[in-house]
Each structure stands twice: as C-alpha cells, then as structure tokens.
Ligand binder design. Structure first.
Ligand SMILES: [Zn+2]
Ligand SMILES: [Zn+2]
Length: 366
C-alpha cells in the first residue's frame, strides 16, 4: 500500500477531494492509482485490505478525466465503456463482499460492499432494485459487528426500494425479511422477528419450494428465536427441518458420486457426449450448511436430553458435506462419530446414505 500525503495548496483551486469510505475531506491519496483519496491512513488501509488492493489499477481508466470526444459516436462509445467498466466492478466488489460475509469477516465486507453500492448507483440510479443485495450485505455486516442502528439504516433503504418496486423477486423479498427478522431478534423483539422470518420462509418457498436450501435459513433463525425464548421443543422441531433439508440435499449429491463410482464411464475419445459434471456445494452452501449444522449439533449435544437419532442425522449431513468438499479426514472423523452414536440406538435401520458414504471414503482412500 502506497500513501501520498496531499499538499492542500497543490490542488487545483476550488477542487475538493473526499474520502472513499466516509466522504470526509481527504488528506491522503493512494500512490498506486493516484485517483483514490482518503481522510487518513486508517481508512486507506481498511479499504486496501478489503478491496482496493484488488481494484486499484482498474479504477485508473474509470476515474481519469474523460478525453475530449471528436464526435457524437465517440462520446456514445465513451459512455458505454464507462457503464461496462462500472458494471464489471459492481459485480466484482459484490462477490468480494459476499465472500467476506461467508467467512464471517464482517469488517472487511463493508468497504467492498460500499464500492459495489456506489458503482451500482452510478449504473442503475439510486432507487433501483439492483441495489437491494448491496444494502442487505451492508446490513448483515453491520448487524454482525453489533452496529444495530447502522444496520437498521441500510435495511430501511432496502425496504424503501422494495416498497417502490412491488414486483421485485421472491428471492430478494425473502432475503430482506430474513435480515429484518435478524435485526428484530438482535433487539430482542421476538414477535416481530418471528413474523419476518416466517415471511422469509414463505418467499423462499415461493421461489424454490418449501424444502429448498433457500428456506433452511428461515427455519434455522426461527429456531434460534424460539430457543432464546426457552421454547426448546419448538426450536428443535424447526432445527429438525433444517437438518432434513441439508441431509436430503447432500444425500442426492452423494448418490451421484456413488453411481459414478459403481458405473465408471468408459471414456470414448470419439464420443461427442460431454463428460458429466460432478455437482459440488458452492461457497454459499458450504458456509450456510456448516454454520447451521454445527450450531444445531452443539445445541443437541449440550441439551439435557440429546436425541441420538437427531444428532446422528446432523453429523451425517456434515460428514457428507466434508466429503463433497474433499475434506476426507474430517468426513471420516464424523462418520466414526455417527457409527458410535448409532450403536447406542435400540433399533437402528440400515442407513443407505451412511453406507454409500463409507464406501466412497474407502474408495477415495485406497
Ligand atoms: Zn474516511
Ligand atoms: Zn489505488
């Protein structure tokens, strides 16, 4: 990271420069691109760590003054190119911010999400539904840091846009309700939290079906709210729904791997058939499943009367996840745990998913 301190008198008269993060008056400039300004070095380094290092050079063409255009055609081309660059940067910074959230790095997510918001506003205008995902990331990160009022502010921006665009997608409505529900939960307004989380499940079900991965988050967070209200029975039945969803999903992927192992495809170089692609959990699935299943396992194991069948099912779902993301030792460790728990069950039916996972592990390890 290179820093240049600004000499106030060297600036063109009347030109004021603002900090990239807080919009306060700028006193330093990034020495890498020369087009990005900050109030002080602490905001520069926060931005650098989060996102600036990855986009420093990409900002130069966007922020250097437009050249003089000779014709209307050139001008139009220049505008189109600016929109293309901003659209690209909005997407890139959005992905970076989202990945920080997956990793639980709330502090790093914020500068990247602010950039994504800025580029999206420039491309789509300030009340477009395209901005809702960015406001939701900012809200989630702020709530994660315990900055409740800041999170509330971002959520009300998102809410306002959605109210003005009633046709916006079920997916967005579901995410919005989830975040509003989490905000109420953080403030201890449990009734409001449950209302919004139920809406989250409703919209996620409209978009993807009632037992979809998208609905699992709503059930999980509702379970947490009931748990905090000392209603462990309701909480556990909601957690069971979450475990069913992930267990079902990973069983389907494990079955695919098992079929492929049992019927290996002879590779025919003359065949025009594309090779089947193995479905692997993406970043969001990994992060969601591991957060929810680990939390549920912990609750089950620490509760006064753990239910072995439920613990085994949650642990098996996690074991399948670890296998699918190639973490074989962790998968093996969980399989051993599932088997030990099952020994204590009075009448344990043979478990096809467990059997197939064990066979796959043997095959991979041989
Ligand atoms: Zn600043
Ligand atoms: Zn720079």
């Amino acid at each position: 990271m290179r820093t240049e301190r600004l000499q106030p008198l060297s600036l063109p008269r009347g030109r004021r420069l603002f900090c990239e993060l807080c919009l306060g008056p700028a006193h330093v400039r990034c020495g890498g691109c020369g087009v990005t300004f900050y109030c002080e070095t602490d905001h520069q380094s926060a931005d650098w760590v989060s996102v600036h290092e990855k986009i420093c050079q990409l900002l130069i063409p966007l922020r250097t003054a437009s050249p003089f255009y000779n014709s209307e055609k050139e001008r139009k081309h220049g505008v189109e190119q600016k929109i293309r660059r901003e659209t690209f940067l909005a997407g890139l910074t959005h992905t970076i911010a989202q990945n920080y959230l997956f990793e639980g790095k709330h502090e790093d997510a914020i500068p990247a999400a602010l950039h994504s918001l800025k580029f999206s506003i420039s491309v789509h205008g300030s009340d477009s539904v395209e901005l809702v995902p960015q406001y939701l990331i900012l809200a989630e990160a702020s709530l994660g840091l315990g900055h409740i009022s800041q999170g509330e502010e971002y959520l009300s921006q998102a809410l306002w846009i959605v109210l003005k665009n009633p046709s916006c997608s079920h997916t967005i409505q579901s995410k919005l309700h989830r975040n509003v529900g989490l905000l109420h939960a953080a403030k201890g307004n449990f009734e409001d939290a449950l209302y919004h989380l139920a809406n989250d499940i409703y919209f996620a079900s409209c978009a993807f079906g009632p037992h979809s991965l998208a609905a699992s988050g709503g059930y999980f967070h509702m379970g947490n709210v009931f748990f905090r209200q000392n209603r462990a029975d309701v909480a556990k039945s909601l957690y069971a729904e979450v475990v069913d969803i992930w267990h079902g999903h990973f069983t389907r992927l494990i079955n695919q791997r098992y079929e492929a192992m049992m019927n290996p495809k002879v590779i025919d170089i003359f065949s025009r058939e594309p090779e089947p692609i193995e479905e692997t959990p993406d970043e969001q699935e990994r992060s969601d499943a591991s957060k929810m299943l680990n939390a549920i396992l912990e609750v089950e194991e620490q509760s006064g009367k753990p239910q072995p069948a439920k613990v085994a099912k949650a642990a098996l779902a996690l074991a399948m996840l670890h296998f699918l993301v190639q973490d074989l030792p962790k998968s093996q460790e969980l399989v051993t745990k599932v088997r030990q728990i099952r020994k204590r069950l009075p009448k344990a039916e043979p478990d096809v998913a467990l059997h197939r996972l064990v066979e796959l592990l043997k095959y991979k390890q041989s």
